[in-house]
Write a protein that binds this ligand. Structure first.
Ligand code: DX5
Ligand code: ZN
Length: 221
């Protein structure tokens, strides 16, 4: 379908030149900018926080798709909203009060997303479908870029596509997505594809554009 969005993950960017890299993927045709926030507690890695998002916010008008791999979440939501997040995604596994966190995101005037780790069943989101604008299916164990796609998640993507029905909820897939598996991911029902290492290959915007378009073309085939 022509409605595929590509969201490059800046976790794979050169952190020594992060501003230039954000401008480069904007110019290269990124639809969204996927910002992977990691706290070294919910996931075994530390990336960056709201101040970094605030710093790069003026460099692009593209949607900031903020993926919070942190626990607990609620105390930080306002900082990410103020920092420029357009969409804030929390993990269903980050705590016992997912419904409250999703309501808190929307009360801050931002779109709300829920993310599921590979072992978390889709039934987990059954009672929050009316609280969300996006479901993020992890196809790697969160914490690092450059990992291999976990094929078992294709079935979950299909089932979540059915659960969504006519609701205005985007289905985003994140982890190990490349031009080689993008067709299967889209065919299963994803409409938004995150890619880090598959985009940030090569030497700058020209290569990034080619990488983005290769993934998009495969997904829309
Ligand atoms: C993993 C992150 C993903 C990751 C994607 O915890 O949520 O967004 O950065 O990177 P690739 O596309 O290289 O798997
Ligand atoms: Zn992510």
């Amino acid at each position: 379908s022509g409605d595929i969005l590509i969201a490059p993950s800046i976790l794979a960017a050169d952190f020594a030149r992060l501003g230039e890299e954000v401008a480069a993927i904007d110019a290269a045709g990124a639809d969204w900018i996927h910002c992977d926030v990691m706290d070294g507690h919910f996931v075994p890695n530390i990336s960056f926080g709201a101040d970094v998002i605030k710093a790069i916010r003026p460099l692009t008008n593209k949607v900031f798709d903020v993926h919070l791999m942190i626990a607990p979440t609620d105390a930080y939501l306002e900082a990410f909203a103020r920092g420029g997040a357009d969409l804030i995604t929390v993990h269903a596994e980050a705590g016992p009060h997912l419904d409250r966190s999703l309501q808190a995101i929307r009360s801050l005037g931002r779109k709300a997303g829920v993310s599921l780790c590979p072992s978390t069943p889709e039934a987990t989101i059954e009672y929050v479908l009316d609280r969300i604008d996006l479901v993020l299916v992890m196809t790697v164990n969160p914490g690092f870029g450059g990992q291999s796609f976990i094929g078992s998640q294709i079935e979950k993507i299909k089932r979540i596509r059915t659960m969504i029905g006519e609701r205005p909820i985007r289905l985003e897939v994140d982890g190990g997505v490349t031009r080689d598996n993008a067709a299967a991911v889209a065919a299963a029902g994803a409409d938004t594809l995150v890619a880090g290492s598959a985009v940030f290959r090569g030497r700058g915007a020209a290569d990034y554009a080619a990488n983005i378009e290769a993934i998009r073309a495969a997904a829309e085939a």
